[in-house]
Design a protein around this ligand. Structure first.
Ligand code: CU
Length: 125
C-alpha cells in the first residue's frame, strides 16, 4: 500500500467513526448536564448548634438529602432506624457533607448518634 492509499484509508476510517465519536461526546455532555441539574436541585439540611435546619421536610422517593455539618467544632452522626429504611453515616467531621438517598416512602425520624436532642422528620412521598 502506498503512503497516499494508506492516508485515504485512515481518513475513511475516521469518517466512519465520526458519528460514533460525536454520539459519545454528546452523551457525555448530556450526562454532565443531568448530573449538574441533580446536584443543583439537591436538598440540603444543615447541622448547626446541635439542631437540624430545617427540622422537618418532605421529599419525593429517590431524592437525595445532603446533611452538612455546619458546626466548626462538633462531630455529628446521622442515622435512620426503621422497619423499611435504615441509614448510618458514621461520624461526620465538621464541614463534611453526607448524602442520604431516601429510597422508601414513609415518614422517618433522622437522629444524631451524638446529640440525642437532634431530631429531623423526613416525609418521603
Ligand atoms: Cu449531632
Amino acid at each position: 500500500m502506498s503512503a497516499s492509499e494508506s492516508r485515504i484509508v485512515s481518513s475513511l476510517n475516521w469518517r466512519a467513526a465520526l458519528p460514533a465519536v460525536l454520539a459519545l461526546a454528546l452523551g457525555a455532555t448530556c450526562g454532565l448536564l443531568i448530573t449538574d441539574r441533580l446536584q443543583a436541585s439537591a436538598i440540603a439540611v444543615s447541622q448547626k448548634g446541635r439542631m437540624f435546619h430545617p427540622d422537618n421536610l418532605a421529599v419525593a422517593r429517590g431524592e437525595v438529602v445532603t446533611f452538612v455539618n455546619d458546626d466548626s467544632d462538633l462531630l455529628h452522626h446521622v442515622f435512620v432506624e426503621s422497619d423499611t429504611f435504615n441509614f448510618d453515616s458514621g461520624d461526620q467531621e465538621p464541614g463534611s457533607r453526607t448524602p442520604i438517598t431516601f429510597t422508601e416512602r414513609g415518614t422517618f425520624q433522622v437522629l444524631c448518634g451524638i446529640h440525642p436532642k437532634m431530631k429531623l422528620v423526613v416525609r418521603v412521598n
